[in-house]
Design a protein around this ligand. Structure first.
Ligand code: TYM
Length: 364
């Protein structure tokens, strides 16, 4: 199936917007802010289908709808956990190539590398002076990642403050993300309110845009109690966007299901099988109950092979484009350099305004 026809299938699916200041979406005219979309992705390991269906596919749609969109490969976030420098550098390239292969078009959006715009780190410091330790310590991702650590890096603790700076530097109003990022977006909203209350109105309200179906949190294939994650040490827990067909078949065969052989959709009781049904549903645009009725004649073992077929077909154009793009690192570098220049000019304006309001500049 061609990628564009694949994507149009999803234009009408449900999305929810959430804002900490109100449970109802705030119409833009009431807040007087220009609608701008920002989101980011860490260049750790290759992008998986959770990243794609939970976030990147939506990024592409917003870009194609002509929205004002800015996307960042957030390398400063990735070093909050130890990275091998050569591998990180390679992953930045691969992550950018995966985004471009997924349809992110640098002519319709700003796509840049976070560390190329130093204002992220600078605004992050100002916001860190407004954030409190108890609030950061309660964030679920921090708790999850730090629980087994003997010595917790400070960067891991203040990571969500840098994420707030990413969003606020561009005065973004909407942030398309998977469900795991909701609390971080709420922190950004809170820090925006705190800054505005102390220094005068500067930042607009921020809304998270999260998919409503199971895709907002696609589960690991090896442990359906956990989300699919780039940092999971078991590569069989996730399908990478650029996995070769035989690897996809192997991973689907090894996906954890249960002792019931029928293909039925029960996202709470049968999480492993439900994840496989969600994958077919996402790839074909068919609702889960239709996927079940179309596969009522086979058991979950055979269904895994059908899931693999659908994934192979869906990911084929992305994998092929990716393989073409990674052969040309200088093109990828020029895309990011160009994006950084455009991001810089927006970020500079916000930073000058912040400096003036906070008083960290000489008065003329
Ligand atoms: P990251 O790199 O972990 O993930 C990138 C995007 O993919 C979504 N996602 C998922 N969605 C559904 N199911 C899953 N299993 C799944 N795994 C990941 C994430 O929710 C995310 O939208 N902190 C962020 C990056 C970031 C950012 C930002 C995002 C930095 N600054 C500013 C938005 C705005 C992160 O680690 O995403």
């Amino acid at each position: 199936m061609h990628r564009s026809s694949f994507c149009t299938k999803f234009l009408k699916r449900k999305l929810s917007s959430s804002s900490i200041s109100s449970s109802k979406p705030i119409p833009n005219e009431t807040i007087g802010a220009k609608k701008r979309i920002f989101s980011g992705i860490q260049p750790t390991g290759s992008l998986h289908i959770g990243n794609y269906f939970g976030a990147v596919r939506r990024w592409k749609e917003l870009q194609d709808e002509g929205e004002d969109v800015i996307f960042s490969v957030v390398d400063l976030h990735s070093i909050t956990l130890r990275q091998e420098p050569k591998e990180l550098s390679r992953n930045i390239l691969n992550c950018t190539a995966s985004l471009l292969a997924s349809g992110i078009n640098a002519e319709k959006c700003i796509l840049f590398l976070q560390s190329s715009v130093s204002r992220h780190a600078e605004l992050s410091w100002v916001l860190a002076c407004l954030a409190t330790m108890p609030r950061l310590g309660h964030l679920p991702q921090y708790k999850e990642k730090s629980v087994s650590m003997k010595e917790i890096p400070l960067g891991l603790f203040i990571y969500p403050v840098l994420q707030s700076a990413d969003i606020m530097l561009y005065k973004a109003t909407h942030v398309p993300v998977g469900e795991d990022q909701l609390q971080h977006i709420q922190l950004a909203q809170h820090l925006g309110n705190t800054f505005n209350a102390r220094y005068g109105h500067t930042f607009p309200p921020i809304k998270a845009m999260v998919e409503e179906s199971g895709v907002a949190r696609l589960r690991s294939l090896r442990n359906p109690e956990k989300k699919m994650s780039k940092s999971d040490p078991d590569p069989k827990s996730r399908i990478s966007l650029v996995d070769e067909p035989k690897v996809i078949v192997e991973k689907c065969k090894k996906a954890i299901t249960d002792f019931t052989s029928e293909v039925t959709y029960d996202p709470e009781g049968r999480r492993g099988v439900a994840t496989l049904i969600d994958l077919v549903s996402l790839c074909t645009g068919k609702p889960p109950h239709q996927v079940c009725s179309e596969n009522s004649d086979i058991d979950t073992g055979k269904f895994k092979l059908r899931v693999a077929d659908v994934l192979i077909e869906t990911l084929k154009p992305i994998r092929e484009e990716y393989n073409r793009l990674v052969k040309d690192p200088s093109h990828i570098k020029s895309v990011l350099d160009n994006g950084a220049e455009r991001a810089h000019s927006i970020a500079d304006k916000t930073w000058s305004e912040v400096r003036k309001k906070v008083g960290i500049t000489l008065q003329k």
